[in-house]
Design a protein around this ligand. Sequence first.
Ligand SMILES: C[S@@+](CC[C@H](N)C(=O)[O-])C[C@H]1O[C@@H](n2cnc3c(N)ncnc32)[C@H](O)[C@@H]1O
Length: 247
Amino acid sequence: MDVDVDPADFYTGIVAEMYAPLKAVSQEAGPYAAFVREAGSPALELGCGDGDPLLALRQLGLDVEGVDSSADMLTRCRRRAKEQGVEVVVHHQRMEALDLPRRYRAVFLAGPTFNLLADDAVALAALRGIRSHLAEGGTALVPLFVPSPTPAGQFGRARTAIGADGAELRVSVVGEERDEEARTQVTVLRYERRHGGVSTAVDRDWVLHWYPPGGFEALAAAAGLTVASVADTADGGVREYRLRAAD
Ligand SMILES: C[S@@+](CC[C@H](N)C(=O)[O-])C[C@H]1O[C@@H](n2cnc3c(N)ncnc32)[C@H](O)[C@@H]1O
């Protein structure tokens, strides 16, 4: 079955259910704890999903809230917080339509979640939201990468896991289109669940959008932000931008 969903709703339904067991990369809390301690509190994680690293930061006693466009991911986040005995405040909003009452000394995304914003217009709206939610002297941290095309040999190869209920879970790449001009890659991911003789399969478009040299800086400037520093992370491929209010 093909399901055509808005990019901001990619992590819903079966994708949210299978996110934790099939997760390929986990964000370490350490660098984000260091960022929040340096930039100050309160802090806000955009695209907090089911709570990594948000819940670890809360366990360290840091005043960090979360925002995510997926109600399903936030349900999982709240459940995990309860299991871990930590209190957490999360908001169900899209980062390109951010509207919160607080202002934050630190606003960050953990890993290159900003690349999920499907075009420059949505990215600019998100940057404007970040700008308007920064407290005076506040800093935003935005990690970005340029995705590589999926190698031909990876097509159809499933990553598998066993769900909490014993279901067999699989995700595989079944198609991909890359548009260098639009700087967008759409990967069709097939999510499959088999349990007790019942199978479910959903194909969903995973959209990534990237920036040419200087392109992100220009969007940030248009949103009233200035790049305070740029650093390449040790694990390679990801560039972290620190942004401050331009005025
Ligand atoms: C790759 S997951 C990362 C979740 C979590 N930070 C982690 O590392 O496990 C990306 C998250 O960003 C959220 N997201 C995607 N587009 C968004 C948008 N436009 N606004 C807010 N959240 C968004 C998704 O719902 C998803 O939970």
